[in-house]
Design a protein around this ligand. Structure first.
Ligand code: ZN
Length: 291
């Protein structure tokens, strides 16, 4: 009897885990529209509720960060146009990291706008294989997407320049091998602010931090990523998902007028510190289990 109960429990847990991963792949908030808005200077939010996209506007055309799922492309286009800019003026496409929720729509956006696609070196094979060379999700059908040609391979510290705008690509690896945190300066009402758009500090469920054959240096890369994030000056705190920096709460505050809630250096420091604690707890757990 006890064996039967254990078997049923095991099957239920497996089913639940499966359902959860399916849910994660089709998070309804990812494709839920969100009002586009001005963040500061020449920087705008053009993402959905769950997936963040940023538009940097210049007189020589615009830079778009992240392409999201293919289903998000019409939403991104509509958000850009709603702000009074032209989707067709997208000259450069960048990503936070090579996961399908941030890069699956890239082929479509390149085709529609002719934008040049610029990706961090270690994420290039993943992007150009449509996700097949991802160390974790390469064999997960739901995580694959149209392979997309990269037009410029970026290296740590490289600058992406257009019409006076300068974005710096910081390699913040671990979550993917080429995970990228973008920084730029914006000027608003005579003041200059340092913007940080975090790539991802998350250790996903199922990530092996110890004895990982497809990504042996993963733990060292996470360590390096936290050092980089802690070293970046940050006034305006943003990231690849709105949940990182409290998009909805801050947007609501913004509508009330007053100080710009996205200027949040303390929130940034607390976020990075919390994610580092999460990483260290997971690393300790996995190291103990591997002994
Ligand atoms: Zn990711």
């Amino acid at each position: 009897m006890r064996q039967i109960i254990q078997f049923v429990l095991c099957v239920s847990i497996l089913l639940l885990a499966g359902a959860r991963s399916l849910l994660a792949q089709a998070d309804p908030e990812w494709t839920e529209p969100f009002p586009p808005f001005h963040i500061a200077g020449n920087l705008y939010y053009v993402g959905s509720k769950g997936l963040a996209n940023y538009l940097v506007t210049t007189a020589q055309g615009n830079i778009l960060i992240n392409s999201d799922l293919e289903a998000n492309v019409p939403l991104i286009e509509a958000s850009i146009e709603k702000l009074g800019f032209k989707f067709q003026d997208t000259k450069i496409l960048l990503i936070s990291h090579a996961h399908f929720d941030h890069d699956a729509g890239s082929a479509k956006i390149k085709e529609m706008t002719g934008a040049r696609y610029m990706v961090m070196d270690a994420d290039v094979p993943v992007v150009e294989s449509g996700g097949k060379l991802d160390f974790q999700y390469g064999n997960t059908p739901g995580s694959l997407y149209p392979p997309t040609k990269v037009d410029r391979v970026l290296h740590d510290g490289d600058e992406v320049k257009l019409g006076g705008a300068v974005l710096v690509a910081h390699l913040t690896p671990g979550h993917t091998k080429g995970c990228t945190t973008w920084t730029m300066q914006v000027t608003e009402a005579g003041k200059t602010y340092s913007v940080v758009i975090v790539g991802s500090p998350n250790v996903n469920p199922g990530y092996k931090l110890v004895h990982n054959d497809t990504y042996p240096q993963i733990a060292a890369d996470y360590e390096r990523m936290f050092e980089v994030l802690k070293s970046l000056p940050c006034d305006i705190f943003l990231g690849a998902h709105g949940a990182y920096f409290g998009l909805e709460e801050k947007y609501a505050l913004m509508k009330d007028g007053g100080a710009n809630p996205f200027i949040d250096p303390t929130g940034y420091k607390e976020f990075v510190a919390q994610k580092e604690r999460d990483f260290r707890a997971e690393l300790a757990k996995q190291s103990l289990a591997a002994k």
